[in-house]
Design a protein around this ligand. Structure first.
Ligand code: TYD
Length: 140
């Protein structure tokens, strides 16, 4: 990963001939307490999701089934991450712009979040996000 604030995290995997098992404990495997869980499913081919940054909320995304790409931007670097394992997750801290595309058929994206849903926590306008970054990170 190039964007140093975002982390790909390997989750525990209990391998079993009856089927594998992965578990996640808030504050241990993800670096925040989990206040909300939501998931994206039935995503039609070619659809894009995301297109926002969060002011305070941390999120942790997992490809529970199938695969998709997450495009991250932190104001300096842009990176495309392909998630395709149910035992890997991506921690996205606040103030990271993210977009999602390339969803495989039948894919499911599980999201764990550090706060309940609040529309006020969103930057949905890219220019507004860039402006907020510029005021919070004075140029050197
Ligand atoms: P949105 O954040 O636009 O989805 P994405 O960024 O993945 O494309 O959310 C879509 C709609 O769902 C929007 O009307 C807000 C609503 N929503 C909730 O009510 N609660 C939630 O926890 C989330 C994530 C979205």
């Amino acid at each position: 990963m190039n964007l140093d604030r975002c982390k790909l995290i390997n989750l525990p995997k209990i391998v079993d001939p009856r089927g594998n098992l992965t578990f996640i404990e808030g504050g241990r495997h993800v670096p925040f307490d989990i206040k909300r869980v939501f998931y994206l499913y039935d995503v039609p081919g070619g659809a894009d999701r995301g297109g926002h940054a969060l002011k305070k909320c941390h999120q942790f995304l997992i490809a529970m089934s199938g695969s998709f790409d997450i495009i991250l931007y932190d104001g300096k670097e842009k990176q495309r991450i392909h998630l395709n394992r149910s035992y890997n997750g991506l921690h996205i801290p606040p103030m990271i712009w993210r977009e999602m595309d390339n969803f495989s058929s039948g894919s499911v994206c599980l999201a764990l979040a550090s706060s309940t849903y609040s529309p006020e926590d969103y930057y949905r306008d890219y220019n507004e996000y860039l402006k907020a970054l510029a005021t919070s990170q004075p140029s050197k």
